[in-house]
Design a protein around this ligand. Structure first.
Ligand code: FAD
Length: 470
């Protein structure tokens, strides 16, 4: 009889966990995956990437009709919002995709253990009433919304909500405040702004979208402002009180100063996410978390406990679904005795607003810092979307592409863009960087015309010489 019930048990069926489970099974390992939610797919499919994109996409249509973009192209329409139907197509997208994972589990013979898992020892986990043993165990428990002290979220009341609540509002707020100018806040703030809400974004730092390239951050804010989102930067929210259907925010300058208040009918708290490591029983296996609650791992995703591995949002690194997925594949390959690697230097980052904002590799600031502060160590090529024939034809003039290269070797260090299809364009930059491309390699690669991607070629031409169309 086998020593363990399974070769591998994965805890959590988000993009990290479900992908790891499928890959492990494909590699011939007897695999189970524990998931506490009623559906598979984790944050991403249930309350994250997928439902937010369903609302972003649908609200883009509404906005294009309402803001005159369609009329400009000779399509005169007067839009009428059917919010219930918009939500129904969101729910439909989530249902279809989560059931798709269930199908893939069955197809690959991955056993779904329903319930929250707690470690008993390094090879034994309790899932509900069941005890499951496995030779290797992968922790892929993801993350949850970070609470803001002094602000109580109640998604049912729809007044003070987190990202999950903000996906499901049953009516368009008149005035909405987004606390936190990160990706999730700006995406969901954009949805409700497009559907008619007055949106103000309050950010503690002096610029939105922390972690992105400095130019991109500034330009994005200008574009959002043009679209009607107001910003209060360098501002700290100290509390929110709800009376009836109104929320009153108290805030003060982050650097200190006089407090002020603001009355709104919806507050979205989106100040970040924190790893799900509480309640897993990590002490039973002697596994500690770092100060941020994350599980530290070696380069092969092994934790300090030999047969326990960890991936995705619960380990250090960007909290992104595709990073979790790639780690899922790599960890399964490592457990199976193959060599699974993720190049964490080339993880694309996308904000799915309109235009989209995307980047991969180093920011200008990081590249200069890596060169010991020597600004001459890098060269930058930039090309505006206004001068790209396709973007211009499509009435999408906002944004630019920026290529950062090593001044000596010409190797591409980072690519950043704001463009309607920046999320798709950035894949090319990722491939180029993965293969160690120089800016010249991109500049001398024939790009189809007319495409937005030509702007990347022209920005690359701008690193050492001049673009043609500028
Ligand atoms: P998760 O997806 O969080 O999955 C972990 C799963 O583990 C959960 O289902 C949880 O129920 C389960 N679990 C936890 N503890 C236990 C336990 N003890 N036992 C059993 N099960 C357990 N990322 C992108 O790349 N692109 C986007 O467009 C994007 N949009 C987003 C929009 C929103 C509104 C949000 C909130 C997030 C978004 N993200 C996006 C982030 C993305 O969702 C996460 O990075 C991704 O889901 C992380 O995957 P994961 O597998 O590590 O964890």
């Amino acid at each position: 009889m086998a020593e363990y019930d399974y070769d591998v048990l994965i805890i959590g069926a988000g993009p990290g966990g479900y992908v790891a489970a499928i890959r492990a099974a494909q590699l011939g390992l007897k695999t189970a995956c524990a998931e506490g939610r009623d559906t598979l797919g984790g944050t991403c499919l249930n309350v994250g990437c997928i439902p937010s994109k369903a609302m972003l996409h649908a609200s883009e249509y509404f906005d294009a009709a309402a803001n005159g973009t369609m009329a400009e192209m000779g399509v005169d329409v007067t839009p009428k919002l059917n919010l219930d139907k918009m939500h129904a197509q969101r729910i439909d997208a989530v249902d279809g995709l989560t059931k798709g994972i269930e199908f893939l589990f069955k197809k690959n013979k991955v056993d779904w253990k329903k319930g929250y898992a707690t470690f008993q020892d390094a090879h034994t986990v309790k899932v509900g009433d069941e005890t499951v043993t496995a030779k290797d165990i992968v922790i892929a428990t993801g993350s949850s919304v970070t609470p803001l002290p002094g602000v109580e979220v109640d998604n049912d009341k729809q007044i003070v909500v987190d990202s999950t609540g903000a996906l499901e509002l049953s009516k368009v707020p008149n005035k909405m405040v987004v606390i936190g100018g990160g990706v999730i806040g700006l995406e969901l703030g954009s949805v409700w702004r497009r559907l008619g809400a007055e949106v103000t974004c309050i950010e503690y730092l002096d610029e939105i979208l922390p972690g992105l390239d400095g130019d991109i951050r500034k330009e994005s804010r200008k574009i959002f402002k043009k679209q009607g989102i107001e910003f209060k930067l360098g501002t700290k929210v100290t509390g929110v009180t709800v009376k009836g259907k109104t929320a009153t925010l108290t805030m003060e300058p982050a650097a200190g100063g006089d407090a002020e208040t603001m009355d709104v009918d919806c507050v979205l708290v989106s100040i970040g996410r924190r790893p799900n490591t509480d309640g897993l029983g990590l002490d039973a296996i002697g596994l500690e978390t770092n100060q941020r609650g994350q599980i530290e791992i070696h380069h092969d995703f092994r934790t300090s406990v030999d047969n326990v591995w960890a991936i995705g949002d619960c380990v250090p690194g960007p909290m992104l679904a595709h990073k979790a997925e790639d780690e899922g594949i790599a960890v399964a390959e490592n457990i199976a005795g193959e060599t699974g690697i993720v190049n964490h230097d080339v993880i694309p980052n996308v904000v799915y607003t309109l235009p989209e904002i995307a980047g991969v590799g180093l920011t200008t600031e990081q590249a200069i810092e890596q060169a010991g502060g020597d600004k001459k160590a890098i060269k930058i090529g930039k090309f505006p979307m206004m001068a790209n024939s396709r973007a211009k034809t499509n009435h999408e003039p906002d944004g630019f592409v920026k290529v950062i290269a090593d001044a000596e070797t010409d190797r591409v260090l980072g690519v950043w863009c704001i463009a309607s299809v920046a999320g798709t364009m950035i894949a090319e930059a990722g491939i180029a960087m993965e293969f160690g491309a120089t800016s010249e390699d991109i500049a001398y690669t024939c790009h189809a015309h007319p495409t937005h991607a030509e702007a990347l070629k022209e920005a690359a031409m701008g690193v050492r010489g001049k673009p043609i169309h500028m």
